[in-house]
Design a protein around this ligand. Structure first.
Ligand SMILES: [Zn+2]
Ligand SMILES: [Zn+2]
Length: 304
């Protein structure tokens, strides 16, 4: 891939990099390894009740499932968003560092008395503190995704999020069916949450979070992705049984895409936020996707 991008002008090279990283970078939810694990889960799920489930496999081997009006809009959005964000050149790492520096300065000025960084207690218990911090980072990150998703369903932001909900067919690419403004909002959320919490970590511990901590948090997400996260945008109604109170299953997110379930299951990884804020529903109900949608250009221009 890098050989291909080497001969391109910088903007095109960045564009190609961000497009190819969707499939090649393990941080991306559409990483090829997660596709593989999703395929294995589908195989396992189908073979445990072959007669009643084998028909779910059929679409995966037909061109019309992957290439239709709805998926073509998705592919166009993926290409467009990669281009727009390469052009903007927003670096998440750069923004996180800037926000962390400012947050640390803010915490130090507001709470000068509770800076623990030169307290020996912190040094001796740092492994415990770091573990607590990893869990907090994961929880805040997931809760903020839930909060933003609920906001996107408000009447002010709905036309932006409507693009995601206009999918007539769910394929794993539907995850990236986002209006550029929605992608921008999610990116701002990410840098804000990670920036402020990194600043808080520096304020309390007196150093930047160690690498294993970052990988530790990614570990939760990695597990979630390996557990079939790509199937939430698919025709496979995989359920997690009693675990659905804790983790959002593919069937629960599919319900969110249906006309009757749109006000349920806003959660990303954890279902507890939906449970706490009265938007939880199990994934057992049938769902009906929209049978028509607007031309993409009208959706992008947020037309009525
Ligand atoms: Zn939604
Ligand atoms: Zn979705």
């Amino acid at each position: 891939m890098s050989e291909i991008s080497a001969g391109l002008p910088p903007l095109l090279s960045d564009w190609w990099q961000s497009l190819s990283s969707l499939l090649l970078a393990p941080e991306s939810r559409t990483f090829w390894g997660y596709w593989l694990s999703a395929a294995l889960i589908v195989l396992l799920w189908t073979t445990t009740s072959w007669a009643s489930r084998k028909h779910y496999l059929k679409p995966w081997f037909t061109l019309s499932y992957w290439w239709n009006t709805s998926t073509r809009q998705e592919y166009a959005l993926i290409v467009l968003n990669a281009l727009l964000f390469s052009f903007l050149g927003l670096s998440n790492v750069f923004l996180i560092i800037q926000i962390a520096i400012n947050s640390n300065a803010f915490f130090s000025s507001v709470f000068p008395a509770i800076n623990l960084s030169d307290n020996s207690l912190v040094a001796t218990n740092s492994a415990v503190l770091i573990s607590i911090y990893a869990v907090i980072l994961f929880l805040v990150d997931d809760a903020s995704r839930y909060g933003l998703h609920r906001l996107l369903h408000s009447r002010w932001l709905w036309r932006i999020h409507r693009v995601h909900h206009s999918a007539q067919v769910l394929t794993p690419f539907t995850l990236l069916r986002l209006h550029p403004l929605e992608q921008l909002l999610y990116q701002l959320r990410l840098v804000l949450v990670h920036g402020v919490l990194t600043g808080a970590y520096f304020f309390i511990i007196g150093s930047t979070p160690e690498l294993w901590l970052i990988f530790g948090v990614s570990g939760f997400i990695w597990l979630f992705n390996m557990a079939g996260a790509n199937l939430r945008h698919s025709n496979i109604p995989l359920r997690y049984g009693k675990l659905e109170v804790l983790l959002i299953s593919p069937a629960q997110h599919q319900l969110h895409h249906g006309a009757g379930g749109i006000h349920y299951n806003y959660g990303s990884v954890l279902a507890i936020w939906d449970y706490l804020f009265n938007s939880w529903h199990s994934g057992k109900h049938d769902f009906a996707l929209p049978n028509r949608n607007m031309p993409l250009i009208k959706q992008l221009l947020l037309k009525r």
